[in-house]
Design a protein around this ligand. Sequence first.
Ligand SMILES: *[C@@H]1O[C@H](CO)[C@@H](O)[C@H](O)[C@H]1NC(C)=O
Ligand SMILES: *[C@@H]1O[C@H](CO)[C@@H](O)[C@H](O)[C@H]1NC(C)=O
Ligand SMILES: *[C@@H]1O[C@H](CO)[C@@H](O)[C@H](O)[C@H]1NC(C)=O
Length: 230
Amino acid sequence: MKLAVAAVVSLLLAVAATGGAAVTFQVTNNASTTPGGQRFDRDYGAGYAARVLSDASRFTWAVFNQTSPAERRPGVDTVALVVNAATDDGAIAYTDGSTIVLGAGYVLNYTGDVRAEVTGVLYHETVHVWQWGLQDYNAHWWVFEGIADFVRLRAGYAPAHWVLPGQGSGWDKGYDVTARFFDYCDSLRPGFVAVLNAKLKDSYSDDYFVQILGKNVQELWMEYKAKYGQ
Ligand SMILES: *[C@@H]1O[C@H](CO)[C@@H](O)[C@H](O)[C@H]1NC(C)=O
Ligand SMILES: *[C@@H]1O[C@H](CO)[C@@H](O)[C@H](O)[C@H]1NC(C)=O
Ligand SMILES: *[C@@H]1O[C@H](CO)[C@@H](O)[C@H](O)[C@H]1NC(C)=O
């Protein structure tokens, strides 16, 4: 991705030495002339964002039980955040490789604790930088989005609008619904998500639930619903 020099209004670097492999966290506000970009600078800040990317990466490695760099996705030496006036499809944020794009319009319009919200979004997107198996994203998107929201949940950044534990019409609805279900699976076997993520390196299979927890995913979903009286 090429950045026009004039567009790089704010560039912040933070480097984390992570047991051998250094990762750089880079934040660029490409929308600093728009009201949303200005709110980002005022209420969040590029320096704070660089620290959050670093914290979120460490937290993700811990959830994934990746204590050494050799266990992580290779070739990621920079995690970049670009605040853009608009995301291509109007999304809040998306991740392309190791570049996270955050929509300035979303930041502008958010009512409530914008710091907690943006941090939660950055945790979710940072997981996409590090998780395995995204080559199968379209076939099993709910698994990947569920893992990203599971990490966000574990970090304490679940927003108020999420479903409560036990809610949702199926384990494969993705995002918060799948994340709450994975939280249940992780309570049955601490480290479930770490093992699931490691298995995703090559491909996904529903059989992973049987392999990890000894039960098929529909059976687990029924038990989960029953536990919460849903
Ligand atoms: C920065 O913003 C300009 C104008 O909106 C856009 O054309 C460009 O693609 C953006 N850069 C990145 C890295 O997204
Ligand atoms: C922000 O709010 C304005 C006014 O309601 C709306 O037109 C715009 O689409 C919103 N932007 C985003 C990204 O939600
Ligand atoms: C984490 O990984 C180590 C090996 O690297 C393994 O011995 C340990 O059991 C794993 N922990 C969990 C909770 O899966």
